[in-house]
Ligand binder design. Structure first.
Ligand code: TDO
Length: 187
């Protein structure tokens, strides 16, 4: 497993080794032991899987509030997507900053996003599937969102000419300016 921190401290790209042979490949997509050797201490309790039919589907930006905040480990099962994390920890030197990584079935990359960050993604191919581990269970009352096109964050989703396809909830989400984050930065 190759582990590389992104330009946004706290967000990592994990690339599992693929053992290829005539049949295809094998990889360990997560190893608690390998992660512990890197100083990571995540315990996953829920796996999510969603599929988006149309390229240009944007889901996000989402987070769950404490006491059920979620860390996430995200990968692409089929197709291609642009996965994004945004720092929303109050007092963080990188508050409001974002990082994006292209995740695909082909490249096998995973994005590790701790609690305290927004998560969202845009699909770049038909029928794209995302699979992600979560460190806490879904808590609908604590499910929150920020606009994917919030000007203060300024994410370049790489949509080109595609009109973003959003859920109703995401289309009416507030921007960062109208938001008091429940997360506080700890050094
Ligand atoms: C997130 C979630 C949703 N649901 C249900 C609620 C709803 O009826 C249906 C669709 O939910 P949503 O519209 O919120 O799905 P979606 O927009 O895909 O939400 C997800 O977006 C990505 C970016 C994340 O990071 C996730 O944490 C989650 O917020 O699925 C669950 O049962 N469990 C879950 O964990």
């Amino acid at each position: 497993m190759k582990i590389k921190e992104t330009k946004l401290p706290g967000i990592f790209v994990l690339t599992p080794h693929r053992f290829s042979d005539a049949r295809g490949f094998f990889s360990e997509s997560w190893s608690q032991r390998a992660a512990a050797e890197q100083g990571f201490d995540f315990k996953w309790v829920q796996d999510n899987h969603s599929m988006s039919r149309q390229p240009g589907t944007v889901r996000g930006l989402h987070f769950q509030s404490p006491p059920h905040a979620q860390a996430k480990l995200v990968r692409c099962g089929r197709g291609v997507l642009f996965d994004v994390a945004v720092d929303i920890r109050r007092g963080s030197p990188t508050y409001g900053q974002w990082v994006g990584e292209q995740l695909s079935f082909e490249n096998g990359k995973q994005l590790l996003i701790p609690a305290g960050f927004l998560h969202g993604f845009a699909t770049q191919a038909p029928n794209t599937e995302i699979i992600y581990k979560c460190s806490d269970y879904y808590a609908p009352d604590l499910d929150r969102g920020i606009r994917f096109d919030c000007l203060q964050i300024g994410i370049d989703w790489g949509l080109g000419n595609l009109e973003p396809i959003l859920s109703k909830k995401d289309a009416t989400a507030p921007s960062l300016a109208d938001f008091h984050s429940p997360f506080v930065y700890e050094e």
